[in-house]
Write a protein that binds this ligand. Structure first.
Ligand SMILES: [Zn+2]
Length: 111
């Protein structure tokens, strides 16, 4: 996704908010990577707003040919699956590195 103001990449961040009853809710907000640049809008967009924009976009994309439509669905599913596998591998690698980083941090704190 790209920013409509400057064309830079839009990034998402998870925020945890505690409700008055004590429950923790996770929210995802997106903003332009140039959010802090001078004269740039300081807008955060909710995940719901982005989802609604995608729904509006997909509603305009109508593929009449059944074969093309099925191919498109297969490609989207394959890419989503590959993305999930890549995320899982990245997470596993981070989890593998975590004890070593924590050990180094503890060592530095003990100096
Ligand atoms: Zn921007």
């Amino acid at each position: 996704m790209r920013c409509t103001h400057c064309e830079h990449v839009v990034t998402a961040e998870k925020k945890l908010k505690r409700s008055p009853k004590g429950a923790t809710n996770e929210h995802v907000y997106s903003r332009c990577s140039q959010y802090n640049a001078p004269d740039h809008s300081r807008i955060w967009i909710t995940e719901r707003t982005i989802n609604d924009q995608f729904v509006q976009l997909f509603e305009r994309l109508r593929v009449e040919d059944l074969e093309v439509r099925e191919w498109l669905v297969a490609v989207i599913r394959a890419r989503a699956s590959a993305g999930r596998q890549q995320n899982a591998q990245h997470r596993a690698e981070l989890e593998r590195q975590k004890p070593r980083v924590e050990f180094k941090l503890q060592t530095l704190l003990n100096l």
